[in-house]
Design a protein around this ligand. Structure first.
Ligand code: KIV
Length: 295
């Protein structure tokens, strides 16, 4: 695996020729039938970007995959966004496997990464391997994401040696929200140096990518410069190799206050609500089902 000091020799530093660029201006060659971690590495080397979205079910996975989103994340945010919990903490490994299986059924080209949920990796590298093997064997995902800093470098090393690609998640780590005192920007001021050290330790341990959540752009830029592997940001400015958003935020399905870093590209809640109201009205008036929908 590439580390911060040793670029992956299998990856060409040459820019991707225009004729093999995938639709929608993707950094991944159109000839690639599956997005691989080395494509993300090449994107960083070539100064290109990639996009990542969460997905928790077959249809959204299919839609995002066909739209050219390079990486799909089966986030433990399914806990809040699908199961209706207040935080990501209650979701179980078994539940993550069900969501993972649905997403991998829909995603034909994207790299699918699943979160190791709270309680499934902290005890030991062995526990992390056992949980990751289940996500890969039963959920059919291609890689796992794990929250935590340099303390978890030995776990990342054990996972990568066991054949599990790891995306490291630093900055605001939602599983630690009670330790961190709520949703707060991380890596400000003096804490920036520690965040760079975390990223370097995790990349050197074999993480193929470092994701940063709610980090000042200057800190994210310093982290990105310190590691050879690609970085992904969510509320971390625009100098990272990739960006990720929770799909319900991005598509306007969720209600309530949005974080500053969320951009809404659609108003799906309004569209669905209008469809449900129209259906309800037609059922009540007897307009549905009409003759064209009747045997
Ligand atoms: O679970 C999730 O959706 C995440 C993103 C916020 C990066 O970890």
């Amino acid at each position: 695996m590439p580390t911060s000091s040793t670029p992956d020799p299998a990856v060409s530093a040459a820019p991707v020729p225009a004729e093999v660029a995938a639709p929608y201006g993707s950094a991944i060659p159109a000839t690639a039938s599956r997005v691989r971690t080395h494509h993300l590495q090449a994107a960083k080397l070539n100064g290109q970007k990639f996009a990542m979205l969460t997905a928790y079910d077959q249809y959204t996975a299919q839609i995002f995959d066909e739209a050219g989103i390079e990486v799909l994340l089966v986030g433990d945010s399914a806990s809040n966004n699908v199961l209706g919990n207040e935080t990501s903490l209650p979701i179980t490994l078994d539940e993550m496997i069900i969501f993972s299986r649905a997403v991998t059924a829909g995603a034909k080209r994207a790299l699918v990464v699943a979160d190791l949920p709270f309680g499934s990796y902290e005890q030991s590298p062995g526990q992390a391997i056992a949980s990751s093997v289940r996500l890969m064997k039963e959920g059919l995902v291609h890689a796992v994401k794990m929250e935590g800093g340099a303390y978890y470098a030995p776990t990342v090393r054990a996972l990568t040696q066991a054949g599990v690609p790891v995306m490291a998640h630093i900055g605001f780590t939602p599983q630690s929200e009670h330790m961190l005192g709520g949703y707060r920007v991380q890596g400000r001021g003096d804490a920036a140096r520690a965040m760079v050290d975390d990223a370097v330790a995790l990349a050197e341990a074999g993480a193929f990518c470092v994701l940063m959540e709610m980090v000042p752009a200057a800190t994210a830029t310093a982290v990105d410069a310190a590691v050879a592997v690609p970085t992904v940001g969510i509320g971390a400015g625009n100098t990272t190799t990739g960006q990720v958003l929770v799909w319900q935020d991005m598509a306007g399905l969720r209600t309530g206050k949005m974080a500053k870093f969320v951009k809404q590209y659609a108003q799906l809640r309004t569209i669905l609500s209008d469809a449900a109201k129209a259906y309800g009205d037609e059922v009540r008036t007897g307009a549905f089902p009409g003759p064209e929908h009747t045997f």
